[in-house]
Ligand binder design. Structure first.
Ligand code: HEM
Ligand code: HEM
Ligand code: HEM
Length: 491
């Protein structure tokens, strides 16, 4: 076989000792795994094990994937994992060693020492995120004591040592903490490594695997890797995790849309049954969101103990809603029998808005908790817009009502009998204040919309002095229930 130009060049460089400068180190054996999609490298892992058991590794992949992980083992459970993600400022790489216990976030363990290696000639971007934090996460380090761990070990003589790898979802994420909570992967898979090609059995020589693209590229490029000494990937799965989004959507639907709608229906239309039905739908949405929340919570270290502020507040809100629902139903059941306002209704009236406010606050807290604080801006805009719509329509309603103040009417004019009569209003239902309300859950002076059993159009049979808030006498209001609970149920 005729030697290729590249091998002759490599040989010459090796003899002259220049090879180290150009990034090919013949003393440090190495295996390489390059996972590609459509010809583009998505994940690279290079491994060299020194005779003393130190593991030198290079791991790189596009920063759009948030984090890159390698696991020694055939599945998450019992694997020793090394995970790399951008630092808090997005420019450097944080490397974290973790132990897996199943299909949940692996837990950081300080038993292994990671030593970042910055000074290889062929790795100018070692342990940084290239292109000012927008390119490739490059982790370039040595892991000490990493060949054995409490639940497994690397078989340095195996030609098929099982390995797993994974990439995070496309999300903004960065932290300097080795214990940072990472979001669940969007892609994972397995491969095997021929450890005999990666291990220096004699001498302590160890070195982070250099780029191994067969033809020299100058200047040396720290992402030019080709698979060598590893199997192709298998059991590769791409998965999205819709659960946190579903949790957020259900909670937002309940607290931003459904509950306010139910309150508005009660406030303006006085339809208790509609109100009850709408609020029960909201409550079911919160229950479903809660179920999804528990599922999500179990997967992450930050939430598996249910002790975070977001979760504790969430549980308080859920308990409050349960009480609120019970109070609403109880008040209504008593009211239907007695036709009297109840203290239970009063509590329900004040507890409702408080819980709704807490729910709105907890949505913001939830976005922060999920590392999604950027969502708080659009969220705040939507909440303010909805609040303005409700306030605006309330204002309009109050204004329209005040313009329709009742004036005692002259006898009905026949059409054409009173030319020029300009102050004539169509007969209409009187507004509150014009005559004393009925005893049964009448609207109070503060009720925005009155509800009367008098048929409309209505014209008083005989003239009377309208009672306005200014002219009320004590006896006019003796029978009124007290504010604000006079405006209880209307069927
Ligand atoms: C927040 C962190 C993580 C969570 C919540 C998580 C969760 C899960 C879940 C739920 C599955 C099962 C998927 C299915 O049924 O299709 C799974 C599988 C898998 N994950 Fe993870 N994972 C995390 C981190 C990692 C890391 C860091 C790696 C690799 C370094 C990894 C590698 C794998 C692999 C290879 C599988 C398939 C093999 C197996 O069943 O264990 N995961 N993971
Ligand atoms: C978790 C579910 C519920 C929530 C969050 C809730 C919330 C509220 C709120 C915010 C108000 C004040 C509305 C206003 O400004 O006028 C209110 C009033 C009221 N709700 Fe509910 N409600 C719920 C369930 C129910 C149910 C199931 C019923 C009965 C069918 C009910 C009956 C009433 C009544 C009668 C009032 C008027 C109380 C008064 O003015 O004293 N509610 N509710
Ligand atoms: C009224 C109560 C609650 C509201 C309004 C609420 C809302 C939210 C929101 C908006 C997020 C952000 C999700 C994202 O950006 O992907 C979130 C995250 C989260 N919530 Fe809740 N939540 C509530 C209760 C709970 C409860 C009771 C639990 C657990 C028992 C829980 C567990 C979680 C977890 C684990 C996350 C983080 C998800 C991640 O990191 O991807 N939540 N919540």
């Amino acid at each position: 076989m005729r030697p290729s130009g590249a091998s002759i060049l490599a040989c010459l460089l090796w003899i002259t000792g220049i090879e180290a400068y150009f990034g090919i180190d013949y003393h440090a054996k190495a295996s390489y795994f390059n996972f590609q999609v459509n010809g583009n490298s998505l994940y690279v892992f290079g491994l060299n094990v020194a005779a003393n058991g130190d593991i030198y590794f290079h791991m790189s992949g596009p920063v759009i994937h948030t984090w890159l992980g390698i696991g020694f083992g055939s599945e998450m459970k019992d694997a020793l994992m090394i995970i790399a993600y951008p630092s808090a400022n997005g420019l450097n790489t944080t490397i974290s060693t973790r132990l897996g216990s199943g299909h949940t976030e692996p837990v950081y363990t300080p038993d292994f020492e990671i030593i970042n290696i910055y000074n290889d000639t062929y790795a100018p971007n070692a342990d940084t995120v290239t292109d000012r934090g927008t390119g490739t996460i490059i982790s370039h380090a040595m892991c000490r004591n990493c060949t054995t761990w409490p639940t497994g070990s690397l078989d340095l003589h195996s030609t098929e040592q099982p390995m797993i790898f994974a990439l995070g979802p496309s999300q903004h994420f960065g932290s300097d903490s080795v214990e940072a909570s990472i979001p669940r992967h969007s892609l994972y898979g397995q491969f095997t490594v021929d450890m005999t090609k990666a291990t220096n059995y004699t001498g302590w020589y160890g070195r982070v695997p250099a780029p191994n693209i067969p033809d020299f590229i100058y200047p040396p490029n720290d992402t030019s890797f080709a698979s060598f000494g590893t199997s192709p990937s298998f059991n590769v799965v791409t998965m999205s995790n819709p659960m946190p989004t579903a949790h957020a959507l259900l909670m937002c639907a309940a607290f931003v849309l459904i509950f306010p709608m139910g309150a508005v229906v009660m406030q303006f239309l006085r339809k208790t049954l509609w109100h009850g039905a709408i609020q029960i739908v909201g409550f079911v949405a919160v229950l479903a969101g809660f179920g999804v929340g528990i599922n999500v919570a179990r997967q992450y270290n930050k939430s598996k103990n249910f002790s975070s502020g977001h979760q504790v507040l969430g549980l308080i809100i859920l308990a409050g809603l349960l009480i609120q629902l019970g109070l609403g139903l109880l008040h209504h059941a008593i009211f239907v029998r007695t036709k009297q306002p109840t203290i239970i209704g009063r509590i329900h009236f004040f507890l409702g808005p408080s819980i709704m406010l807490l729910g709105l606050i907890n949505i913001g807290v939830g976005f922060n908790f999920a590392g999604n604080s950027r969502m708080n801006i659009p969220y705040a805009i939507v909440v303010v817009a909805i609040a303005l719509i409700i306030a605006g329509s309330t204002g309009c309603l109050v204004y329209c009502r005040s313009r329709r103040k009742y004036k005692p009417e002259p006898p009905h004019p026949q059409f054409g009998q009173q030319p020029g009569y300009s102050d004539y209003e169509m007969p209409r239902q009187p507004t509150f204040g014009e005559q004393p309300p009925e005893a049964y859950e009448p609207p109070t002076p503060y009720s925005p919309i009155g509800h009367f059993t008098i048929d409309s159009p209505y014209t008083p049979l005989s003239a009377y002095t309208p009672v306005t808030p200014k002219t009320w006498k004590k006896e006019d209001i003796t029978n009124w229930p007290h504010w604000p609970h006079a405006k209880d149920d209307y069927q």
